[in-house]
Design a protein around this ligand. Structure first.
Ligand SMILES: [Zn+2]
Length: 258
């Protein structure tokens, strides 16, 4: 559809074979279709950073809006606004959910109950004004943000879910699985969250490097007195020196062992 690459800070994509149905103005939800696994342009799996993917989406949406704008004054230029980035995120979530939950989305659009075998049924999901599937719940009166009350449902095995886990894990300064999952759930609800976060964090190089497997030395043979049955106090030993304490490595918070 578009033959020219978009110019901007993140010019990475060659826009050949793009299949975009068209978009509506910024504030409303746009219609955006990728070819997914079958096509040549699988934009969702093209990047290894969620931030970069979001910015690319935002520039694409801006390009489409600018191309459709009749007057040059209405064309947007300069750095991306928060609204544009938010809109790009909405498109990414919609594409991801369309790929992962096509049946559920059809049911929610038709306002029909979900099939009993659906993985989302326990979450009581609903579709927000932008068409993003969110977790329903009983927290609508809670004094917390909308995203926290109704997090975006994310599929279990999807590249976008992995990118979001990576991003939050880095934002939280390489926190453990539990802390990372808690931070993710401020905005998103990945299915089987604990398992996939743990699996993803196991692949983090930095975490792996700072947590090397400790070498456990082989203990020597026990003395004869300790392995021979005898009367109580027939043998006794006095440890004048006490246990020798060894610090395992340098730095703060290192354990001391005997
Ligand atoms: Zn890490």
């Amino acid at each position: 559809m578009c033959s020219k690459p978009i110019k901007g800070k993140f010019v990475v994509v060659k826009w050949t074979g793009v299949f975009i149905k068209g978009t509506e103005p910024l504030a409303s939800s746009s219609k955006f279709t990728s070819r997914g696994n079958q096509g040549t342009w699988d934009v969702l799996r093209r990047y290894s950073s969620f931030v970069k993917l979001t910015l690319v989406f935002a520039y694409v949406l801006r390009f489409i809006d600018n191309a459709k704008a009749k007057r040059s004054e209405t064309k947007r230029q300069g750095i991306l606004t928060a609204q544009e980035i938010q809109n790009a995120k909405i498109q990414i979530f919609k594409l991801t959910q369309q790929e992962a939950f096509p049946v559920e989305i059809k049911c929610l659009q038709a306002k029909k109950p979900l099939p009993k075998s659906s993985k989302l049924i326990s979450l009581n999901p609903f579709m927000d004004d932008h068409g993003v599937v969110r977790v329903g719940g009983r927290l609508s009166n809670a004094p917390i943000s909308y995203a926290q009350k109704f997090p975006v449902v994310l599929p279990k095995d999807h590249h976008i879910t992995e990118l979001i886990i990576d991003q939050v894990h880095k934002q939280q300064l390489h926190a453990g699985p539990q802390a990372t999952l808690a931070a993710i759930r401020q905005h998103y609800w990945p299915l089987s969250g604990r398992g996939i976060v743990r699996k993803r964090l196991n692949r983090c190089n930095r975490c792996f490097r700072v947590k090397p497997v400790r070498y456990e030395e082989l203990m020597g043979n026990l003395p004869e007195n300790r392995v021979t049955m005898s009367r109580v106090f027939l043998n006794c030993g006095i440890d004048y020196a006490g246990p020798i304490l060894i610090k395992e490595g340098r730095g703060r918070g290192k354990r001391i062992s005997k």
